[in-house]
Design a protein around this ligand. Sequence first.
Ligand code: FES
Length: 233
Amino acid sequence: MEFIISRYNPATDSEPYDQTFILNASDISPGMMLLEALNKLREQDPTLTFRHSCQEGVCGSDGMNINGKNGLSCITPVASLSSPVMIKPLPGMPIIRDLIIDMDLFYQHYKEAEPFLQTEPLNLQQEHLQSPEDRAKLDGGYECILCGCCTTSCPSFWWNPDKFLGPAALLAAHRFVIDSRDIKTIDRLKELDDPMKTFRCRHIQNCTNACPKGLNPSRAIQELKNFIVKNHD
Ligand code: FES
């Protein structure tokens, strides 16, 4: 099976280039995931660089562009891929080396969404109770693993990476806006009421299509926009 992988070493290369690797059929086991294949290819060339950790679709560190679609290599079956397999770093972000991108801007936007519960008074001796119905509203919002597959698939983010918060940050913002225990809902909505930060989303749906956890950031952003507009009244 042929793999065409984007390579880039800022110390020696002026721009990324493609390198072709071959994995023999005898090296491909049934049910093998792409991450395992990459580890085998790295035995052929130990300079091949990519992030990974949990190997279970939990840590979100091995996001990459696989045959034109963003995804996690550790939960992508090799058998599901057509050869040659084109592997590139997640698009729209600076490349540090090979498949590793600089996620600083992604985390800055996440931080801007204030992804933590704000309650008052803060009493660490008691739980902040929530009805089962209100808790159920958070399903689909809290499972995000911050892999960046959604945000880096979004043309609105590619065009305005410094201003548009992107699907992952806005999904997190929505998750806390709808949390019945949070007391900063109005402040959060005012902060997000911005033509670039939030309303730059055009619902292209790439984010929802790319999410390896099956979440729907586009729907969450639409709901967020509705809350913001309602808050004007
Ligand atoms: Fe952790 Fe893939 S290695 S999500």
